[in-house]
Design a protein around this ligand. Structure first.
Ligand code: G16
Length: 553
């Protein structure tokens, strides 16, 4: 049993831990576990204590706190407020109902000059008492904490013997207002205002409104997650689209029982509406915490890698980027579609490991303007997170300028730059040992693959990706197994850092067809030989017993 001691301040508690937790290592995006796991006594508090002891400038600093509205959000905010006050934070900024999207949190951290932020979200993972919960840590630049910080937090969790917390009634998040616990001010603000103002500065919303109001019908699916209130304000308010444009717009603690991951599997109602129906010319969805986006046109799904390339090629349509881009970056498994555009524009294109934190230094040092990941994430230097609604507005701005359909825009793009056929196959909930064995076996075979034949081509490179940060020189190794063929085709294998059940194997497949080749194939057909070859080489079906992936994107 933990013991609680009163310190000299009668309301300040020092709670002793029987022993430290050993499993609080942050993954690709903070600490993510099942809600039930987080409900273990002192589990959340231990991780928060480690953050509060590690984040530089906490005492006397400003901390931004919010979440995606999932089960546990308000309780978590209450605990953070009382613990942050116990650590002498000067001001905590949190939001009405605790609703704060990840990009909006990033913006607040930057504008309020906070020492960082704590975002309660398991992102695109399901929520509710049977779902997942998570704690994301952001640094003073507004971006996900860099590895040196998350490593230090993890190291702290393994040694903790106590945490500090104020005994205090929960601060009401029902409306805006200012409160205090001891010397700490708690400001509860509207979490939507500042973000909407930022969007008004970046985009020409009048132009988008005129375009949409001229019979260009759109549907947006907020998946009962955090973007609902933002989207209603932006689309049904400022852009004057009909009421009901935003579907599933009320944030629910369990996301209405849905999986708030905007892809063709989990946002299939919206996908069917666009891919089979005739009513809408444009559709989009965002994930649990509002940083991911999926873009659809009538009869057209936009692959996220293509989306990044298209935003790059058309960036000057957006007022904030009308002077062009300084450079772009993509994560290693993201297709090379953006590389071809960057080359054409004569700007740098960087390749980083998976995870938004790796874009931070490039954005902070002014070397890139746009960046993105294949996992439905695109963003720019306006914040230090990927930004779902920003991406949707970016698309609408381009369409308002070009006055064409999404499908036409994609076809014009491929006709100029060629097409990178691309797909990600996820094999979820594999037994961890089996997944590790499969992965390590493939890794050990890579050196022998170089120069040999693979899917009718020769392997020109096969390795485990190592990244050297061009700004601080730090090295991050073992970031994914790459098999690159002499025609530029690639297969990449990674084990996910965000799953909570067993292991998820991600297989990324890419094949380039130049502008005079066949540009209208089904991606799974275009990639069929690569798919078969990697399955037999990596023994995926044989070792997992799974005949097909859980999710195909
Ligand atoms: C997945 C994606 C990554 C993404 C990460 C965090 O990681 O593959 O590209 O950066 O989720 O995304 P979010 O911020 O939306 O949680 P992994 O390790 O599961 O592949």
């Amino acid at each position: 049993m933990s013991s609680k001691d009163l310190t000299s301040d009668n309301n300040l508690l020092r709670v002793c831990l029987d022993k430290p937790f050993s499993d609080q290592k942050p993954g690709t995006s903070g600490l993510r576990k099942s809600t039930k796991y987080f409900q273990q006594s002192n589990y959340l508090e231990s991780f928060l204590e480690a953050i509060l002891q590690t984040l530089p400038g906490i005492e006397g600093g400003i901390l931004v706190v919010g979440g995606d509205g999932r089960f546990g959000n308000k309780h978590g905010i209450d605990v953070i407020i009382r613990m942050a006050a116990a650590h002498g934070v000067n001001k905590i900024i949190t939001t009405v109902d605790g609703i704060l999207s990840t990009p909006a949190a990033s913006h607040l951290i930057r504008t309020e000059k906070a020492v960082g932020g704590i975002i309660l979200s398991a992102s695109h993972n399901p929520g509710g008492s049977e779902g997942d919960f998570g704690v994301k840590i952001n640094g003073p630049n507004g971006g996900p904490a860099v590895e040196s910080l998350t490593d230090a937090i993890y190291a702290k969790t393994t040694k903790l013997d106590h945490y500090l917390i104020f005994n205090h009634d929960p601060i009401s998040l029902d409306s805006s207002g200012t409160h205090a616990i001891s010397n700490t001010i708690i400001e509860v603000i509207d979490g939507i205002d500042a973000y909407v103002e930022l969007m008004q500065k970046i985009f020409d919303l009048d132009k988008i409104r005129d375009f949409l109001n001229n019979d260009f019908h759109i549907a947006f699916d907020a998946m009962h997650a955090v973007t609902g209130p933002y989207a209603i304000r932006l689309f049904e308010g400022l852009l004057n689209t009909p009421s009901g444009t935003v579907r599933n717009g009320v944030p629910l603690e369990d996301f209405g029982g849905c999986h708030p991951d905007p892809n063709l599997t989990y946002a299939k109602d919206l996908a069917s509406l666009l891919l089979e129906g005739k009513d809408f010319a444009f559709g989009a969805a965002c994930d649990g915490d509002g940083d991911r986006n999926m873009i659809l046109g009538r009869n057209c799904f936009v692959n996220p890698s293509d989306s990044l390339a298209l935003l790059t090629a058309n960036a000057t349509c957006v007022p904030a980027y009308s002077n062009g881009l300084v450079g772009v970056a993509r994560s290693m498994p993201t297709s090379s579609a953006v590389d071809v555009v960057a080359k054409d524009l004569g700007i740098d294109c960087f390749e980083t490991p998976t995870g938004w934190k790796f874009f931070g230094n490039l954005l902070d040092s002014g070397q890139i303007t746009l960046c993105g990941e294949e996992s439905f994430g695109t963003g720019s230097n306006h914040v230090r997170e990927k930004d779902g609604l920003w991406s949707v507005l970016f698309w609408l701005q381009i369409l308002a300028e070009k006055k064409c359909s999404v499908q036409d825009l994609m076809r014009q793009h491929w006709a100029k730059f060629g097409r990178h056929y691309y797909s990600r196959h996820d094999y979820e909930s594999i037994e961890t040992d089996k997944a590790q064995d499969l992965y390590m076996r493939v890794e050990s075979l890579l050196p022998s693959l170089i120069g040999s034949s693979f899917a009718s081509h020769n392997v020109s490179l096969a390795d485990n990706f190592t990244y050297r940060d061009p700004v601080d020189g730090s090295i991050t190794n073992r970031q994914g197994l790459r098999i690159i063929l002499d025609d530029g085709s690639r297969v990449v294998l990674r084990l996910s850092g965000t799953g909570t059940q067993g292991a998820t194997l991600r297989v990324y497949l890419e094949r380039y067809v130049s502008s005079n080749g066949n540009l209208t194939q089904d991606p799974q057909e275009a990639l069929a030989e690569l798919i078969q070859t990697i399955d037999s080489f990596a023994e995926i079906t044989k070792r997992t017993g799974m005949k097909r992936p859980t999710v195909i994107t």
